[in-house]
Design a protein around this ligand. Structure first.
Ligand code: ADP
Ligand code: MG
Length: 648
């Protein structure tokens, strides 16, 4: 037998790696400018021709490279920025992978001129498609100049895939702006086809934003400033009245690095809720500083996504900081602070008419008779359960009163459903569900209406629920109290709702006055196409999905226009992870993702009615005890246990 496995030659490996690092001229721009920033430059000049297709040159006055380093720099995994895996958790530089230069040199004609401070001579290198063509000493000023010509000269397929100069140049400008906004202390210049497009002298942050986006920007900015132990937030948001139809000027920087985060974006929108005209997008320039070990940048090859240790806290802090500033600068009417506008359209249930529940009554049902044999072993979210859904819509009664049950049996049935699903799937939650055990609540035979959480005989007025830390809903029950995690509970409610829409009955949609156009990469469009039919069932209406754009003319009833792109962004992120094997898991993932994006978050104030309808809707779910992401949605505390603690 012969051995057939060989290591790939470096230039082939580099070309393959280049596919990941370099998608288009803008990727090269990003890598070269970031290298210049890492080299400590105070002035960085970017020169491009034909949107970077024929030339990308970056000239910096940074620390330069020695002769040996200038050769080493083009080796794969050659970097001066980290030496140990641990360094990944304390990154202070933009780069750290050591693959950019090797990748770029594999697919272009590269020329490097570099000189260290105090050196008599510098180095002049020419590399074509990974091959060293020449190396000479040269008289140079301190700093480095990289020229990258004829990108993809040896990969015609890639070259043909490039878009028009206008589109490619837009991408180049995007990258340039992101780095320029992250580093106002550096002087940046951009020259395209011989004309100067940007000249941004060293300045403070506000001035940098104004220099990038034009003098009119100044009056539109509201400063944000908040320092906590977890994070410090600085920067600006645009006044709501200047919000735009397109969502261009939205920037998050974490430790001076531009990042994308649908979740934090949502926090910002949340802070703006009620202040924006329908269909407009606020601009923001937000700079978060966290300890380097509280984030993980290493999760994405092009490094625009970041993983945070404490995402929920960031969400709450960011939202509060923005709300505070919008209020302080008198942008928001005072009223909006008393009344949390985020909850104006809480649950789809609320705007439905009350329906009289039709409940099958099984008088012989005994919840204490354990049904070991008849337990469902597999959770099937598609299985329709009359009682649950009916109860769900019942809770939407106009009066806003809680879900009530007209018979003991139906009450018990709910308890049974809950225990059943709990025991079958989530053994560890079994105990907590049993503690809640509705079936054990003693009921008078003659009680006609029983409110789930008030307990049979208690005075309604003294046993209302309340919100704890804007995170939990605490509700008294006969045996003690139940503490519900509002975010997880809402996820469960929405998840079942969406699954129901996708599999059983199509949800209605709200038509948009003006169709909404969103732009995506071809790959992202493909992911959306795969989900198209499910999304339509939840209420999305797509006019067209093609090439790089998506036109939406209708949305699910409870999705605000401003949320549409977040919801889809998060869905794309979720689907990018790994392919779904079948329709079932795809639908499930879509429902989960939508539920995650649209659920109320920690920090959201819920009024009494909203709390109540949340509690009722949760317990009308098929699987109330667990979130779609398998986290417990509530815990219970018995009076007995509380008493025990007092007698210690
Ligand atoms: P990384 O930035 O991940 O370290 P690169 O391939 O981008 O990897 O760069 C390799 C190395 O080349 C860097 O670690 C740095 O030491 C050096 N280098 C690249 N660009 C410059 C520059 N403009 N000035 C000085 N050194 C540079
Ligand atoms: Mg680099």
């Amino acid at each position: 037998m012969s051995n057939v496995i060989r290591l790939l030659p470096d230039h082939v490996a580099n070309q393959i790696a280049a596919g990941e690092v370099v998608q288009r001229p803008a990727s090269v721009v990003k890598e070269l400018i970031e290298n210049a920033v890492d080299a400590g430059a105070t002035e960085i000049k970017l020169i491009v021709k034909e949107a970077g297709k024929t030339l990308i040159q970056v000239i910096d006055n940074g620390k330069g490279m020695s002769e040996i380093d200038s050769r080493m720099a083009f080796e794969r995994h050659a970097t001066s920025k980290i030496t140990m895996a641990e360094d990944l958790f304390a990154l202070r530089t933009k780069g750290f992978r050591g693959e950019a230069l090797a990748s770029i040199a594999a697919i272009a004609h590269v020329e490097l001129k570099t000189c260290e401070e105090g050196a008599d001579l510098g180095t002049h290198l020419v590399i074509d498609g990974s091959k060293l063509v020449s190396q000479e000493e040269a008289v140079l000023t301190k700093g480095t100049s990289f020229s990258v010509k004829n990108l993809f000269f040896n990969i015609p397929a890639r070259r043909n895939f490039l878009k028009s100069d206008t589109v490619e140049f837009r991408h180049v400008v995007d990258e340039f702006e992101r780095v320029a906004l992250a580093h106002p202390g550096i002087h940046f210049i951009l020259i395209h086809n011989g004309s100067e497009m940007f000249n941004l002298p060293e300045s403070n942050l506000r001035q940098r934003i104004v220099n990038v986006f034009g003098p009119k920007t100044n009056e539109k900015l509201v400063p944000i400033q908040e320092t906590t132990e977890i994070v410090s937030v600085e920067g600006f948001v645009g006044k709501p009245e200047f919000a735009k139809k397109s969502r261009g000027e939205q920037f998050f920087f974490v430790n001076d690095r531009f990042i994308k985060s649908a979740y934090l974006h949502h926090a910002v929108l949340n802070a703006f809720e009620g202040l924006l005209k329908e269909g407009t997008h606020p601009s923001y320039f937000l700079y978060l500083t966290l300890p380097a070990d509280a984030i993980d940048i290493n999760i994405h090859p092009t490094k625009t996504e970041v993983k945070f240790d404490d995402e929920q806290a960031l969400y709450a802090i960011l939202r509060a900081a923005i709300k505070h500033s919008l209020g302080q600068f008198n942008v928001a009417p005072v009223l909006d602070f008393q009344r949390d506008a985020t909850m104006d359209t809480p649950y789809e249930f609320l705007d439905k008419k009350a329906a009289t529940p039709t409940i099958e009554i099984d008088m012989n049902f005994n919840p204490f008779k354990e049904e070991a044999t008849s337990r469902k072993q597999d959770y099937n979210p598609f299985e329709h359960n009359q009682t649950s859904y009916v109860s769900g819509s019942r809770s939407s009664s106009d009066s806003g009163r809680g879900m009530t049950f007209s018979s003991k049996a139906s009450f018990e049935k709910l308890g049974r459903d809950q225990i059943e699903s709990t025991t079958s799937m989530y053994e560890d939650l079994r105990e907590s569900a049993k503690e809640l055990d509705f079936s054990k609540i003693e009921l008078e035979e003659d009680v006609k209406e029983i409110s789930l959480f008030d307990g049979a005989s208690e005075d309604l007025s003294t046993s209302k629920s309340f919100q704890l830390q804007r995170k939990y809903i605490v509700s008294p029950i006969k045996t003690g109290m139940v503490v519900i995690d509002q975010g997880r509970a809402h996820q469960r409610i929405l998840y079942e709702k969406f699954l129901e829409n996708i599999t059983i009955k199509q949800a209605p949609s709200q038509q948009l006055l003006f169709p909404l156009t969103l732009y995506y990469s071809a790959y992202e469009i493909q992911l959306l196409k795969d989900s198209e039919s499910a999304l339509k069932l939840t209420g999305f209406v797509f006019d067209s999905i093609e090439k790089e754009q998506l036109v939406i003319s209708g949305l699910p009833v409870h999705v605000a226009e401003s949320e549409a792109s977040i919801v889809l962004d998060e869905l794309i992120q979720e689907l990018q992870g790994s392919p779904s094997e079948d329709g079932f898991s795809l639908n499930d993932r879509i429902a989960k993702s939508l539920a995650h994006s649209l659920s109320v978050k920690t920090g959201t104030v819920l009024n009494e009615e909203e709390q109540e309808s949340m509690v009722n809707a949760l317990f009308a779910c098929k699987d109330p005890s667990i979130s779609p992401f398998l986290k417990p949605t509530f815990i219970t505390m018995k009076v007995d246990d509380i008493e025990k603690r007092f007698t210690l």
